[in-house]
Design a protein around this ligand. Structure first.
Ligand SMILES: Cc1cc2nc3c(=O)[nH]c(=O)nc-3n(C[C@H](O)[C@@H](O)[C@H](O)COP(=O)(O)OP(=O)(O)OC[C@H]3O[C@@H](n4cnc5c(N)ncnc54)[C@H](O)[C@@H]3O)c2cc1C
Length: 468
């Protein structure tokens, strides 16, 4: 990074956080580079279908259509002032440098400042049958609907915990899918206890109640407080069983969507050298950041769900706030009252978020109580029993040692899918807390990509160095 060079500001992610960050920088006369692996802007919640798909915003985003439209319009208006790089995966990050993959080709991008707005992914809790064809995550089920207008199968059961469960059930049923049941691992009494905190955002709370009422009025079965979910079938899903108050029940179905809340995508912050700490609300190790989004590494900022799940409205505010912090750190004029207003609004959202966590707790006991033969890491086919044996025979008490000894989290997902459940099993078997067993160190590539493209890039780099 040379001070004589103009700043090169990169925003990773064109979701609500990335779009508002870009808008704030452009308003201050800067020209950021916006990199996103998606084809179009909007992120997860405001994901746009490919060009040429004819579905109205109202159909795609329901109550959120005005917000979706505002984000899309804002980004379209910025296009001339930003260097937008869609369909580009950031697969590695080093000091001041990103490795990108675009259409199978490797590129290097230098940066002086970066705002990471990488969003979230589904939190996965393995259960018997979770690897059968026909089992999807809730997020994947929603992506199929939003991006392509497809549903995941015939008779569909949605299972899990969190607001996305009811939202996806509503979106699927509204689109004409055959949703036969919603199985909620959270109990009614737990939700009742969280009502006070949830009323901090009455409109969002009312929307949740509306979805549940709408589903019930269409005869879609909703069961709360379910436990011991298991999916069975030969070559694909045929049946789902569960227990409630110790009583077993079952349903025939052709597809299952399961999700247990979200977890932040933090790998790039990790590779960038940001300090991490365990966050008990998110039940995850998260990059340390101040209220404005400054990470522990000067020049790197964090915003949106990628630095702690808080939802789309918070992501918009956090994106704006991180950009203001960046401007302030560059010595540009910033309206401090605007920053203070955003800080206040973000604090209010956190109170609601605490309510959501207590209303929809992740059933971590599923992992802790998993049968020894249950596959936890699907890339490397590592079972719960193999993880426990590592504790018994090698005194394993830390996640990276568990990885080295068993290969858990060493495959294509790099622990993004299996890491949370593996940590629960390790913590339980070693008598430690999930915070004490630590976290898997980030490793590039952060997502799978064709090795051939990077080999080609390396060959080209080597041959150009060898030229006289
Ligand atoms: C599958 C899914 C569906 C969701 N649906 C809803 C919903 O319907 N309603 C709701 O309220 N909330 C939903 N959420 C929560 C959602 O994340 C919102 O809270 C909101 O979109 C967060 O905004 P964001 O800008 O922080 O992140 P996102 O909107 O997730 O945007 C992050 C962007 O970063 C890009 N990105 C991430 N990593 C890289 C990388 N390495 N290289 C290049 N680009 C990268 C992604 O392509 C994405 O466009 C969903 C979450 C998920 C995971």
């Amino acid at each position: 990074m040379s001070s004589s060079k103009p700043p090169s500001i990169v925003i990773v992610g064109a979701g609500p956080a990335g779009v508002r960050a870009a808008e704030t920088l452009v308003a201050a006369g800067l020209h950021p580079i916006v990199v996103d692996e998606n084809v179009r802007s909007g992120g997860q919640i405001y994901r746009q279908p490919p060009e040429g798909f004819q579905r109205s915003k109202k159909t795609l985003y329901g109550f959120e259509s005005a917000k979706a439209d505002a984000i899309h319009q804002s980004f379209n208006a910025l296009r001339a002032q930003v260097d937008y790089r869609p369909e580009t995966l950031v697969w590695n990050c080093d000091a001041g440098q990103l490795d990108l993959l675009h259409q199978g080709r490797h590129q290097i991008l230098d940066f002086s400042h970066m705002i990471l707005c990488t969003g979230a992914m589904d939190r996965i809790m393995p259960f018997p049958g979770w690897l059968l064809p026909g089992v999807y995550t809730l997020g994947a089920a929603q992506v199929a609907l939003k991006a392509q207008g497809c549903v995941i199968g015939g008779r569909i059961v949605l299972v899990g915990s969190g607001p996305l469960l009811y939202l996806v059930a509503y979106q699927y049923a509204k689109a004409g899918a055959d949703v036969v049941a919603v199985l909620d691992t959270a109990s009614f009494s737990g939700k009742l206890r969280a009502t006070g905190a949830l009323l901090r955002q009455p409109l969002t709370f009312a929307k949740g109640l509306y979805f549940i009422g709408w589903l019930r009025s269409r005869g879609i079965r909703i069961v709360e407080g379910v436990d011991n979910i298991a999916v069975s079938g030969d070559l694909k899903v045929r049946q789902i069983t569960w227990q409630r108050n110790g009583k077993s029940e079952q349903l025939e179905c052709a597809a299952v969507a399961a999700g247990f809340g979200l977890r932040s995508e933090t790998q790039l912050a990790d590779l960038a050298g940001c300090a991490f700490e365990f966050d008990s609300l998110n039940q995850q190790w998260l990059p340390v950041r101040d209220a404005a989004g400054r990470s522990s590494v000067p020049g790197i900022y964090l915003a949106g769900d990628g630095s702690g799940i808080a939802g789309a409205d918070a992501a918009e505010l956090a994106g704006q706030r991180a950009a203001l912090a960046l401007l302030q750190d560059m010595g540009k004029p910033v309206v401090l009252a605007q920053a203070a207003r955003i800080d206040h609004a973000l604090q209010g959202i956190q109170a609601f978020r605490r309510g959501l966590e207590s209303a929809f707790p992740v059933p971590v006991h599923w992992a802790r109580e998993a049968a020894d033969d249950l596959v936890i890491c699907r890339c490397e086919e590592i079972t719960a029993g193999e993880l426990r044996r590592s504790v018994q025979h090698a005194d394993t008490i830390e996640m990276n040692r568990l990885k080295a000894l068993t290969r858990v989290g060493m495959g294509r997902c790099q622990g993004r899918v299996c890491g949370a459940a593996a940590a629960e099993i390790l913590a339980c078997a070693s008598g430690k807390t999930v915070a004490e067993v630590g976290r898997l160190r980030g490793q590039p590539p952060v997502k799978p990509f064709p090795v051939a493209s990077v080999m080609l890039a390396q060959q080209l780099a080597t041959s150009s160095q060898e030229l006289p």
